[in-house]
Design a protein around this ligand. Structure first.
Ligand code: UTP
Length: 294
């Protein structure tokens, strides 16, 4: 197992986003905005705040606009500068990864999350890496990836962000099960199951889309077969890796919003708007009015 530092992060953005149609027919799910920032920008900012230096996007057809978003827009910048909109200009520039540190590779066929991660194998090489699913948006005092990085200093191995969900929700997500050991501020995971049938989940701990994984996962992904839904699942490869390496789960202290679902997306917009001093008061009033009307 490698103990090299975590420098690289994978952002799989090649999924079709069928749960969010028709919004995602021509616009990638990851480019839909939460308040005034595309979801993917929120997630890249989270990774950067955690110390990530290289940003690897697994893209697919109709996702080119994500690449455009992380490019410099000269005409726009010149215009903003001429019009004295310096704050906006600064914010635009701050959102850009450094030149040479952003890599786009294609998943030609959306064969599942496991396959998307495997597409980054040559770019990651032999070092542990972070994986962030851009449709899962954490919201808390501290970034989720920053918290994981801190915990990883103590646990090493593979580390997964978890969040307790209502038992009625467990069938929608990957769910972890545990040994009793909760030393090192993290719990040893002894198994995991992808979208368990209702009433069969081993716990209420949802795998929330934030991971630190060891590079040995790639060999296992390579050998993985598609499941009954036709997708290569990351969970299956992680279960295999668990036979030879430690897996730790860390309960994230903040909230998590599944922006691939309508309710999660609306929730995220309200939560992020309430953080904004310019919006918070009006949003509260607006919500009150809607509640009173209904
Ligand atoms: P989801 O499970 O949310 O799938 O993927 P999806 O296709 O995007 O959305 P639905 O379920 O059809 O509505 C989780 C993350 O993994 C990426 C997605 O882009 C998303 O960020 N993904 C998924 C890929 O990159 N490739 C895939 O083949 C599948």
């Amino acid at each position: 197992m490698s103990n090299k530092p975590i420098r690289k992060a994978i952002f799989p953005v090649a999924g079709l986003g069928t749960r969010f149609l028709p919004a995602t027919k021509a616009i990638p799910k990851e480019m839909i905005t939460v308040v005034d920032k595309p979801i993917i920008q929120h997630v890249v900012d989270e990774a950067r705040a955690a110390g990530i230096e290289e940003f690897i996007f697994i893209t697919g057809r109709n996702k080119n606009v994500i690449e455009e978003h992380f490019d410099q827009q000269y005409e726009l910048e010149t215009l903003l500068s001429e019009r004295g909109k310096i704050d906006v200009l600064k914010e635009l520039r701050a959102g850009l990864p450094q030149a040479g540190n952003v890599i786009f590779t294609r998943q030609q066929n959306p064969l599942g999350l496991g396959h998307a991660v495997w597409c980054a194998r040559n770019i990651i090489g032999d070092e542990p890496f972070a994986l962030l699913l851009p449709d899962m948006l954490p919201h808390g005092e501290k970034g989720c990836m920053s918290e994981l990085m801190q915990i990883y200093q103590k646990t090493g191995g593979n580390l997964i962000g978890l969040k307790n969900v209502d038992p009625s929700e467990t069938h929608k997500y990957g769910i972890a099960s545990f040994d009793e050991d909760n030393s090192k501020n993290a719990r040893a995971i002894n198994d995991m199951v992808e979208k368990p049938a209702q009433g069969t989940a081993p716990s209420n701990s949802m795998i929330m889309g934030r991971y630190i994984l060891q590079p040995e996962i790639f060999d296992l992904l390579e050998k993985q077969h598609a499941d009954s839904s036709g997708e290569i699942q990351l969970t299956d490869a992680m279960r295999q890796l668990m036979k030879s390496q430690d897996f730790w789960g860390y309960e994230y202290q903040g909230d998590i919003y599944d922006c691939g679902s309508r309710l999660g997306f609306l929730n995220a917009n309200i939560a992020f708007a309430m953080d904004d001093p310019e919006l918070a008061k009006s949003v509260k009033k607006m919500l009150k009015r809607h509640v009173e009307k209904n």
